[in-house]
Design a protein around this ligand. Structure first.
Ligand code: DCP
Ligand code: MG
Length: 438
């Protein structure tokens, strides 16, 4: 357990718990599911490859084949030189099985994995066919997260038949690097407070938003590792790379405030905040909810969103998640009303010990700010309240409505970003934690 000891006792803890899950030699693992004799053998799956032919490229190779130097994107011809087709070669030579890509089958296996992920996390962000980020902040804690990760791996193996590697960290960047650190069948945990030292020895290119071209330029400046980048002069980096310079400097220092968000359009905006110790003082909770409501209102405003439903989340230790929501008669953009409703919903929890609170607006409609200002909505809309209540341990898939806004960075081909990533980095050094809840 490594919460920063400098935090005052009532300060919110600002860690999300992020899992990054990535299947091991995924296409090969799928082939082995339906052809168990391939287990333990060198296997190569070829894209554009047909049985008995030598055209196409290696989509992936099993770890047994990788030992011989076969790797993704190599030509099948080259792979065949290293590892002839089983049955074609003299018996003494190492050989491999070759199989053509079968996307329909791999996608069905990917769906099986996804079903387990959805049941295990409040937010799932798929990145590719075999890879996803999970926000599991409310499903576990830093004391027990290692067994949570082990259980997740075991469930995926049991339900989908696939071995995955998992990285767990307080940031998306560190979780992704961690999942790769002990492949195959890895489980790597980077605790809060360890992120910077975990990143330090890595090549700059491992840092989020540093692609090959930026890495080359950095090396030209004598900046080779994440540690070098983390201790570089941020002004110099900004002069050289513009805003990206400051961003990569912060990523190298382990400061990655990106929240795990689904890829869909935003359906809600939410902020939440955890306490390092459960809090029963209702005034303190009210104050926190007010701060969060105001942050949510800001975020909605920045995105030109009107909201019709206002909700709160209250988490009782250890993991009992209560949500309350109230629908207004029409969509509004009204920070004062938002704060009032959120505080009002909280009154039900007077006397409850709470370890986390959150505020969310949903049922969004988007318009431009000018229209909002001119439209003169009746914001005394509390009148026809439809109050929905739910008290439960968060059920599988409950995240589905909990989409948080992402503010995409401009695509930068050079940096090979796999997806538009949110840049909203609410690192408020010891201040209210602002992360989304589902
Ligand atoms: N893939 C591909 N072409 C590439 C890289 C990957 O077609 N150049 C496909 C095949 C992989 C799948 O995508 O099985 C997932 O990609 P990964 O990078 O996660 O690779 P693997 O899952 O195969 O291996 P690892 O165990 O390293 O994750
Ligand atoms: Mg993989």
């Amino acid at each position: 357990m490594a919460r920063p000891s400098t935090l005052p006792i009532d300060a919110p803890t600002d860690e999300q718990i992020v899992c990054h899950v990535d299947a091991d030699c995924f296409y090969v693992a799928c082939e082995r599911l339906r052809e168990p004799t391939l287990r333990g053998e060198p296997v190569i799956v070829g894209m554009g490859y047909e049985a008995g032919e030598s055209h196409g490229a290696v989509a992936t190779a099993s770890y047994e084949a990788r030992e011989h130097g076969v790797q993704s994107a190599q030509s099948i011809e080259a792979a065949l030189e290293t590892l002839p087709r089983r049955g074609d070669a003299d018996t003494d030579e190492p050989t491999a099985y070759y199989r053509p890509v079968d996307m329909d089958f791999y996608e069905s296996v990917s769906d099986d994995i996804r079903t387990v992920l959805e049941a295990s996390a409040d937010v799932v962000r798929p990145v590719s066919i075999d890879e996803a980020y999970l926000d599991v902040t409310d499903r576990t804690d830093w004391e027990t997260v290692a067994s949570f990760g082990a259980e997740l791996k075991a469930t995926i193996r049991e339900r989908a038949g696939i071995v995955v590697s998992v990285g767990i960290a307080p940031t998306m960047s560190a979780a992704k690097i961690a999942s790769d650190a002990q492949k195959p069948d890895g489980l790597t945990l980077v605790e809060p407070g360890e992120v910077r030292s975990f990143l330090a020895p890595l090549d700059v290119e491992a840092i989020h938003n540093v692609g090959p071209a930026t890495a080359r330029k950095l090396r030209g400046l004598g900046i080779e590792t994440a540690a070098d980048l983390a201790s570089a002069d941020p002004d110099r980096l900004t002069a050289q790379f513009g805003e990206r310079g400051r961003a990569i400097y912060r990523y190298a220092r382990g400061e990655d405030g990106r929240d795990v968000t689904p890829r869909d359009d935003p359906k809600s905006f939410s902020r939440e905040s955890a306490f390092s110790q459960p809090v029963a003082d209702h005034d303190q909770l009210k104050e926190r909810v007010q701060t969060l409501a105001s942050a949510v209102a800001d975020r909605a405003a920045r995105n030109g969103a009107l909201y019709q439903t206002i909700g709160i989340k209250v988490v009782e230790p250890p993991y009992d998640v209560h949500t309350r929501a109230r629908s207004l008669s029409g969509p509004v953009a009204d920070p004062a009303l938002l704060e009032d409703v959120a505080r009002d919903l909280l009154t039900e929890f007077e006397g409850t010990r709470v370890r986390k609170v959150g505020v969310r607006v949903s049922k969004l409609s988007f318009t431009d700010r000018e229209q909002v200002a001119l439209s003169g909505f009746d914001t005394g809309a509390g009148s026809d309240d439809t109050e929905t209540t739910a008290t439960e341990r968060t059920p599988p898939g409950e995240h589905s409505d909990g989409v948080a806004a992402t503010e995409a960075t401009p695509a930068d081909a050079d940096e090979g970003a796999t997806s538009p990533e949110p840049t909203d980095s609410p690192h408020l050094s010891g201040q209210t934690t602002l992360s989304d809840f589902g």
